[in-house]
Structures are given as structure tokens and as C-alpha cells.
Ligand binder design. Structure first.
Ligand SMILES: Nc1ncnc2c1ncn2[C@@H]1O[C@H](COP(=O)(O)OP(=O)(O)OP(=O)(O)O)[C@@H](O)[C@H]1O
Length: 309
């Protein structure tokens, strides 16, 4: 099956010459949930806005459901629901009218049962007659989600949906995401939180400085992230590993003056205690021990540092 979203060599330079997207290519399969992870200013919102046809690309191409988002923007946009980062609602209108109006904009026939289910799912049913201006920030976020889903889109974009929201909304949102997943809706979300990406996404893409650094299946990425290396310096080099030390993950390094043990930090038992005991029993002397993370972990640590800067 062709990808539902196809991004090819996408670049975006804003007026003033700043390059926010620098050659992004990405295919998204129908029905998958993909999380785009990256620090502030990485280009996540620009990427989403360009796919949604709100921002004009400077180069490259984007297709949604086979429709070019520039030439055929109406057909492409029709398939998309977007929950933006910033709250943009009609303040004097009621919750119900806001959501109904959006469905109308997409030329969908009236379907009050669908809208009622949406508002109930998002704990907004009791507020349906309240004016948007009377709602709390979290409630307004819920209305944004209801609006994005009002025309039953095949693809939903969530731009940092949980930034600054409370636990209840987060739970509601994840429940809605689960239901949509069951209905085969493709979901693309941006987030700063790796835990959030891990909890809901099938694949995770890391974006930094306008480039996609990696895209990988969540389980594989998390498994790699959890791996660490223990480096054991020996007083005397060993020509080969003694039989009692042979085990998965342990290798001789350099000329045998060090051993490197790779282990999973998420595992119930890392095997470190047993390894150290066996080294001692084998009569080997240690001069130093150090641990290091996988290179992927370093990428994340780097990103988080940038984020905090
Ligand atoms: N309209 C604009 N004009 C000029 N520069 C812009 C514009 N919109 C965004 N930028 C710049 O492009 C870069 C990428 O911004 P973008 O909003 O896409 O990042 P982001 O990854 O979504 O960040 P955040 O996590 O903070 O939302 C930033 O440096 C930003 O200042």
C-alpha cells in the first residue's frame, strides 16, 4: 500500500533566510501512529504545517493520500484534522457551535450523533452550551481536539497535545487516540517527551535543526536506548576470555587489556554482579570501571541539553 503521507526532500526557509526544514524525507503508513520528537525550534511545527498545507514549502514535495498539498490542497486538507499548539477558537460561540461549524466547513453532512460522541469522549458534553471564552485552558484544548475530529479525518495531527495539560486531559486524549487507532486513523504527534512517544507511537522520528536524525520502530528504539556498556580495565591483559567468563555481551577490547560488557538497563538482571564475581574468581585484577550509553542515548542527552539551553 502506498504511504498515506509522503514527504520528499522538503525544505523551508522563512523570510529572512532562516532554514527551518533542511531536506526532510518521511513516509507515513496508513493507520500508524508516529511521534516526532525534538527540542524547541527543531522544525516540528513547520513540518506539520507544511504537510497540512498551511505553510508553503521552499523546496521538495508533500503528498497526502496521493494529493500534492500545494497543487491539490483542498483534497489533501479534507483528509486531515489538525490540533494546533496555539488556541484558535471562536470565543463568543458555544462549544457545540464551534465544533458543528468546523464540520460544516469541510462540507460534511450534519451528524449530531458523531459530535455528541466526540464531546462525551472528551468530557465536554456538559459544557456544550458554554461559550468558549468561559472555559479553562484545558477545556479549550479539548475543544480544539473535538474540532479537529469533527469531520472524521483519516489523518490526525497533534502538535504538542500534552504540553502544559493536566493528567485528566492527558488520559482522555490517550483514550481518544486508542479509539482512533482502532478505527484505522493515522496519527502524527509532536512532543518533547520521550515517555509520551513510547506510550502511544508505533514509530518515533527524531528531528533536530530541521533534519530528521532517525526514524525507528518504538520497541527497537527503546531497546537500543536501554543498552549500556561497562568497560572493565584489567591490570594484566588476557590473551583470551577464560571459560568461566564467557557469556553474551562480553568481549575483549584492544589487546585484551580491557573487557566490554553490553547490558540492558531495563532488564530485571543486568548480570553485572555475577560478572564481577566471576572476574574475581578467575583471579583477574581490575584497575578501573566505567560505563557509557549507546550513541543513541547520547543523541537524546544532546537534544535535552539543547532543549534546556
Ligand atoms: N513564521 C516564521 N518566521 C520566521 N521564522 C519562523 C517562523 N515560524 C517558525 N520559525 C522558526 O523556525 C524554527 C522552527 O520552528 P518550529 O515552530 O517549526 O519548531 P518546533 O520544533 O515546532 O519548536 P517547539 O517545540 O518550540 O514548538 C524556529 O527557529 C522558529 O523560530
Amino acid at each position: 500500500m502506498p504511504p498515506i503521507v509522503s514527504v520528499r526532500d522538503l525544505t523551508k526557509s522563512y523570510a529572512g533566510g532562516f532554514t527551518a526544514l533542511d531536506g526532510v524525507s518521511l513516509d507515513i503508513e496508513e493507520g500508524e501512529i508516529i511521534a516526532l520528537l525534538g527540542p524547541n525550534g527543531a522544525g516540528k511545527t513547520t513540518l506539520i504545517s507544511t504537510i497540512c498545507g498551511i505553510t508553503m514549502p521552499s523546496g521538495g514535495a508533500v503528498e497526502v493520500g496521493g494529493h500534492d498539498v500545494v497543487r491539490d490542497w483542498r483534497k489533501a486538507r479534507d483528509m486531515i484534522g489538525l490540533v494546533p499548539q496555539e488556541i484558535a477558537l471562536e470565543p463568543f460561540s458555544t462549544v457545540w457551535n464551534n465544533v458543528r461549524f468546523t464540520r460544516g466547513l469541510f462540507d460534511r453532512p450534519r451528524d449530531d450523533a458523531h459530535l455528541e460522541r466526540l464531546l462525551r469522549d472528551l468530557s465536554l458534553w456538559d459544557k456544550r452550551d458554554a461559550k468558549v471564552m468561559e472555559l479553562s485552558g484545558g477545556m479549550k484544548r479539548r475543544v480544539l481536539i473535538a474540532k479537529a475530529l469533527s469531520h472524521e479525518p483519516k489523518i490526525l495531527f497533534l502538535d504538542e497535545p500534552t504540553a502544559g495539560v493536566d493528567v485528566e486531559l492527558r488520559k482522555d486524549m490517550w483514550r481518544v487516540v486508542e479509539r482512533l487507532r482502532g478505527e484505522g486513523v493515522t496519527i502524527i504527534l509532536t512532543t518533547h517527551y520521550i515517555e509520551e512517544a513510547e506510550a502511544i507511537a508505533d514509530r518515533i522520528g527524531v528531528i533536530s535543526k530541521g533534519r530528521i536524525m532517525l526514524v525507528e520502530r518504538t520497541e527497537e528504539l527503546m531497546a537500543r536506548l536501554g543498552r549500556k556498556e561497562l568497560r572493565i580495565e584489567l591490570a594484566e591483559p588476557v590473551a583470551e576470555l577464560p571459560q568461566s567468563l564467557r557469556r553474551e555481551g562480553l568481549v575483549r577490547a584492544e589487546d585484551g587489556s580491557a573487557l566490554i560488557y553490553t547490558y540492558d538497563t531495563h532488564a530485571e538482571r543486568t548480570g553485572i554482579t555475577a560478572l564481577l564475581a566471576d572476574i574475581q574468581a578467575a583471579g583477574l585484577q581490575l584497575t578501573d570501571l566505567s560505563t557509557s550509553n549507546s550513541s543513541l542515548e547520547e543523541i537524546f542527552v544532546g537534544l535535552v541539553k539543547e532543549d534546556a539551553a
